[in-house]
Design a protein around this ligand. Structure first.
Ligand SMILES: [Zn+2]
Length: 479
């Protein structure tokens, strides 16, 4: 995600003196989601057929799923949007949604659990051995709130991020990691799977998707489209009746840009094309066949999904450009190389920020340099530390905290700004050649998997790099 507005928020809370300025190989076995959904009038009715593949070392008797859509219901304990962004998100007053599970079969039993009715827990009829599969059907409906957020009816489009029950990540002992929907950061954590998604909706809708279109059937009133995506850790759709679409495959990837309010649409498409080409050349091949950049209503700057990014229609021209590159960088850092975003948000955000700075350095026509961006991050971070020192006697500068352990402006400064500074300092410490070789190794070793701080250190493989990374994470680096 890119919270451009968070920087403004940070400034808003500062006293005046401080106003400174390619995945794993396809043949590897993995779970498959087959989703057949119908959308109308703010409600998605769907059937999910899951072919679950047990890649743990444990006999699995239970499966758990994150129900992100339930965070939008009335009375949820964790709100998907903080009070600071509530007015921007709920454009027509408070509105509620939610996810209802109609049936799960075959299973011994199922229950809605978790800290906030955010987990579907299924007890299987028969346990699944390591390396074996089982099939499960989940029938559910998702009611969308009127909200400019990841999942909701926005003013000009319908955002279907996190629209299905998502398997929780299991550790080797079979314990599931449950994701609460914190308004801070991106509270998502999932393994790669294959997807076949069929959506039926009014034929007036143009549908942007994480995957490539496999088939389309149109009647006078409705359109049914099937999308396919392999080896991805999530799948998203955006529906709109106002979209214009520009397409390009100049970078070797089929890129589509969906927009309804962009006077420079051709330039935006070229920017995205350049970003896909640059990151591919710098870090490793783009992991999917298609890439959709989608303008929509979103109360933050942008949001990343595998093969699809949402770009807020409320951004200024310059922020829109920056956000498009930042979200594109997430295709390498989050989509291909995954991480637990609830525990190590800095890892993908810091890399996405720094990759964005590197991109603008390589394309001077956009009049943004790495030095400018790094200096901006440093100024904001130092201002944050000064304010924290004044107000609380010091800033907590550690980076290995869970999302819920950050204040909102604190998270922006640690995960994004300090994250960018971490990678810039690392580059200075090891030199350009070793720095980019290390990131290429990090990508090739971890694409399609879940990486953590230790994997990043291992990719650089020298004590100097380890010292820089650890000193930043542990809050000891002097900035
Ligand atoms: Zn981001």
């Amino acid at each position: 995600m890119k919270r451009v507005f968070c920087f403004l928020l940070t400034l808003a809370v500062l006293p005046a003196p401080f106003l400174l300025g390619g995945c794993q190989k396809d043949e590897e076995p993995r779970s498959k989601y087959t989703i057949d959904a119908e959308y109308a009038d703010g409600v998605l009715e769907a059937v999910l057929d899951l072919s679950y593949y047990n890649d743990t070392d444990t006999e699995m008797q239970k499966l758990s799923f994150n129900l992100y859509g339930n965070a939008y219901r009335e009375g949820s304990a964790f709100s998907p949007v903080s009070s600071a962004f509530s007015a921007a998100a709920y454009y027509d007053g408070k509105s509620y949604g939610g996810m209802e599970i109609a049936s799960v079969s075959p299973c011994a039993s199922y229950a809605i659990e978790g800290q906030d009715e955010n987990v579907l827990s299924v007890t299987l009829q028969e346990s699944v051995s390591p390396g074996k599969r089982t099939d499960l059907r989940i029938e559910y409906s998702l009611k969308l709130a009127d909200i400019e957020h990841r999942t909701g009816v926005a003013r000009h489009a319908v955002n279907l991020g996190n629209f299905y029950p998502v398997l929780c990540v299991a550790d080797e002992e079979g314990n599931f990691y449950e994701c609460e929907y914190y308004s801070n950061g991106d509270p998502f954590y999932s393994e790669c799977a294959d997807y076949s998604v069929t959506l039926t909706a009014d034929s007036d809708y143009t549908v942007a998707s994480s995957g490539k279109t496999v088939s389309a059937q149109v009647t006078q009133t409705s359109k049914t489209q099937e999308f396919s995506l392999k080896n991805a850790r999530d799948f998203a759709l955006v529906l709109g009746t106002e979209f214009s679409v520009l397409e390009s495959d100049g970078s070797g990837t089929a890129i589509s840009y969906y927009y309804y309010d962009d006077e420079n649409a051709a330039e935006t498409l070229t920017l995205i094309e350049n970003a896909v080409a640059f990151f591919g050349k710098t870090f490793g091949a783009y992991p999917y066949e298609t890439f959709a950049a989608v303008q929509t209503g979103f109360c933050y700057g942008g949001m990343e999904y595998p093969g699809l990014v949402m770009l807020s229609d409320a951004l200024s021209e310059k922020d829109y450009m920056y956000t498009a590159v930042h979200e594109t960088a997430h295709q390498w850092w989050y989509a291909a190389v995954g991480n637990n975003q609830l525990e190590e948000g800095w890892l993908d955000e810091g890399l996405a920020e720094y990759s964005t700075a590197c991109f603008f350095d390589a394309y001077p026509q956009y009049s943004l340099t790495r030095a400018q961006l790094v200096d901006g991050a440093r100024s904001a971070y130092k201002a944050f530390c000064s304010v924290e020192a004044q107000l609380f006697g010091g800033a907590d500068t550690t980076m290995d905290r869970k999302l819920c352990d950050y204040k909102e402006y604190e998270y922006v400064n640690i995960a994004y700004n300090k994250g960018m500074l971490l990678f810039d300092t690392l580059r200075d410490a090891v030199g350009d050649s070793k720095f980019f070789a290390g990131l290429r190794r990090y990508y090739s070793s971890n694409a399609g998997k879940i990486a953590c701080e230790e994997d990043l250190i291992a990719a650089f493989g020298n004590a100097g790099a380890e010292g820089v990374i650890r000193s930043f994470i542990e809050g000891e680096a002097i900035i």
